[in-house]
Design a protein around this ligand. Sequence first.
Ligand code: CTP
Ligand code: MG
Length: 235
Amino acid sequence: MYLLIPAAGSGRRMGSAWQSQGKAPRNKLLLQLQGKPLIAWTLLAAEASQSIRWIGMIGQPDDWEDFKQIIASLSLTKSVQFIRGGATRQESVYHGLQALPADAEQVLIHDGARCLATPDLFDRCSQASLTCLGFVAAVPVKDTIKVVDAHGVVESTPDRRQLWAAQTPQGFSVPLLKKCHAAGRSQGWEVTDDAALFEKCGLPVQIVEGEETNLKVTTPMDLAIADFILRQREG
Ligand code: CTP
Ligand code: MG
């Protein structure tokens, strides 16, 4: 299985976490978490998965030197290719798709920021790709969700039994996802995950059971939660 890791963001919402580590703000994936950079945990899970054979790391050139050092320090057995990121996640994944080897029929896309995903989740997703053209790891929503208008007034309350929180990995047929990304570019669609492009093109996206701990480390509080979960796992 081929894996693309979008890692080309800047981590704007993580700002103050750098102060507490005594450094100037950078890509949040370089923040320390239980003695390793955040992205190292993501890479270790991919390394430990049985099914992943190739990793495409999508990053900004400014971070490549750091990423290379991290990869070297982990002694990964799987080959990692660097791919230049874009201005948005969508554009970064687009670049990643263009860089896939020609024989890649299926691809998993997993955010570098979801550093708590387990090797088992990667393998279950690889299994799903045998039967689904498109799928997304997701968990049932626990909160009651409100749809709110521009004035802060609730418009509606969707039935929670139909609501799932989307995570990554997300997996797709490579030729189909390439078509969806091309359509997105020509139509000017702006989306926050790849499944949304698949949906907009009228293609089916299956749910694969995700993991409650598979959070996207976005804010300093997420970093603290991730730290706690890793400490529990390691200890
Ligand atoms: N990402 C990317 N290219 C971008 C923007 C984001 O590859 N131009 C990646 C991030 O590195 C991250 C994932 O997409 O692994 C999810 O994005 P997010 O959590 O929003 O990370 P950032 O964009 O870095 O954070 P922020 O939005 O707070 O700036
Ligand atoms: Mg972002």
